[in-house]
Design a protein around this ligand. Structure first.
Ligand code: FAD
Ligand code: NAD
Length: 406
């Protein structure tokens, strides 16, 4: 019998965990498994805000795919997906094309720009290793430039972060730690630097526990973060950011506007003809697309409705990792010619968000609230647990976060 071709697109949390699960559960002769990713490495998206602020080197965040993939079972192709042709069971890559019997789409997220003028052209985004490294280097360049100009402007030292969701809050938390170091390094008085977080909703972290939100804002404000709450970003220009609050238009001069105000699924999904909402396919309970029995979606490109709230589950790494278990199981079942597919049932353990290296907030284990150092330790435990799951003790020791007293 011909071995089925299983193709996995993207080596983010969802894609790489699907590959790792399949390599553990299927024999070498059962299927041809291919994993396609733009880069030779998997990166921990959940650490990118640290790379962007410069509090963690990006080499800690990236993991060579060949270090976690068994290449005798999974063929890794470093290439870029251009489009998917589900009716022909074909994927077009930049350098070649692949045919599949079963496809897993795990192409991750992009920034959702909501058509805001100037955003694409003038704002930075915490999207991947390269975009995060650019933010770090850009901030440092502006600090370095400051003391080399006769009349330096405030735009060099105003760092504006759009959105106070979890990404925005985690990023300003890292900046609050990093800026004092940069000030020392570049001979700049701390009071000259502004870290400004602009949020449209009436509160930071809308929908999260109000007491923990208050804790987070107090902690960040005490370290020099300014919040503009109820402030809708309207435009980004070469000169800075424009927001509207109480019907007033306010401009903040800035060379460094970082957009952290929303994500969508990879646009390749829609462009390939899959029915999607902001790049996310509303999958069946077995994680397959509504229209194709041989196409699964995992991670941020998948949309699942939470029956209790009647709203989509937020796209998270936690969801992507759990979905990978179901996707890998179901792909294996189909590849073996069996029929019993299992439904995906999320088992969410809570949310923990960092506020810098030794502070955090979280709700875990059925509504237990954590804040401060204990939440920060919990965040590192979560990060380390993922490394263990992905690459065992070796990867944990190589890339784990152990310095809880940093
Ligand atoms: P991604 O992690 O986005 O990976 C997609 C992969 O596909 C990448 O390797 C990319 O290179 C590859 N790819 C993309 N396009 C192509 C192409 N055309 N061709 C080939 N390869 C391609 N969630 C949590 O649960 N906990 C957290 O603490 C947390 N913190 C976060 C912090 C930040 C700063 C951000 C931005 C997000 C955070 N999230 C967190 C959300 C979480 O990171 C995402 O939900 C998760 O990364 C989604 O995983 P994924 O597998 O769908 O794709
Ligand atoms: P988000 O959609 O969760 O938050 C975006 C924020 O930007 C919202 O508060 C929104 O009100 C605000 N916003 C939108 N448009 C705006 C505008 N024009 N002007 C001002 N503010 C505006 O996006 P995110 O924070 O990037 O998170 C993306 C996903 O990743 C979410 O599912 C999140 O839960 C997850 N995540 C989780 C963690 C964690 O668990 N620690 C950390 C980061 C991200």
């Amino acid at each position: 019998m011909k071995k089925p071709n299983i193709v996995i697109l993207g080596a983010g949390y969802g894609g790489i965990m699907t590959a790792v699960k399949l390599q553990k559960s299927m024999g070498v002769n059962e299927a041809n498994i291919s994993l396609v990713n733009k880069h030779s490495y998997h990166y921990q998206t959940t650490w990118l805000h640290e790379n962007a602020a410069g509090t963690l080197h990006h080499d800690r965040t990236r993991i060579q795919i060949k270090d976690v993939i068994d290449t005798s079972k999974v063929n890794f192709l470093q290439d870029t997906v251009i489009s998917i042709q589900p009716d022909e069971k074909k994927v077009t890559l930049e350098n070649t094309a692949l045919v599949y019997d079963y496809l897993v789409i795990g192409l991750g997220f992009e920034a959702e720009t909501f058509g805001i003028p100037g955003l694409k052209e003038h704002a930075f985004g915490i999207k991947n290793i390269n975009s995060s490294r650019l933010i770090r280097q850009h901030i440092e360049y502006n600090f370095a430039k400051y003391n080399n100009l006769k009349n330096p402007g405030e735009e060099l030292l105003n760092i504006v972060v759009g959105g106070a969701g979890f990404t925005g809050i985690e990023f300003v938390g890292e900046l609050a730690n990093r800026v004092p170091e940069l000030c020392k390094e570049y001979d700049i008085p701390r009071e000259k630097v502004r870290i400004i977080n602009v949020e449209a909703a009436p509160t930071a972290l809308p929908g999260f526990d109000p007491a923990l939100v208050e804790y987070a804002m107090n902690s960040l404000e005490s370290r020099g973060v300014e919040f503009k709450i109820g402030a809708m970003i309207k435009e980004v220009t070469p000169e800075g950011l424009v927001y509207e609050k109480d019907e007033q238009r306010v401009e903040i001069p800035s060379n460094t506007v970082v957009w952290a105000a929303g994500v969508r699924g990879n646009s390749i999904v829609e462009e390939s003809g899959f029915e999607a909402m902001r790049g996310r396919v509303k999958v069946r309970e077995d994680m397959r697309t509504p229209d194709y029995d041989d196409v699964f979606v995992v991670g941020d490109c998948a949309l699942i409705i939470n029956e209790e709230t009647d709203r989509p589950y937020p796209p998270t790494a936690q969801m992507a990792i759990q979905q990978a278990d179901t996707v890998a199981h179901n792909v294996k079942v189909l590849a073996r010619g069996e029929k019993e597919l299992e439904p995906f049932e999320p088992n969410l353990q809570g949310t923990v968000a960092s506020l810098g290296h030794d502070d955090a907030i979280g709700v875990v284990f059925n509504d237990k609230k954590l804040f401060g150092w204990s939440a920060s330790v919990m965040k590192k435990v979560i990060d380390n647990r993922y490394l263990l799951k992905l690459g065992g003790i070796g990867l944990l020791l190589k890339k784990g976060k152990f310095n809880i007293f940093r």
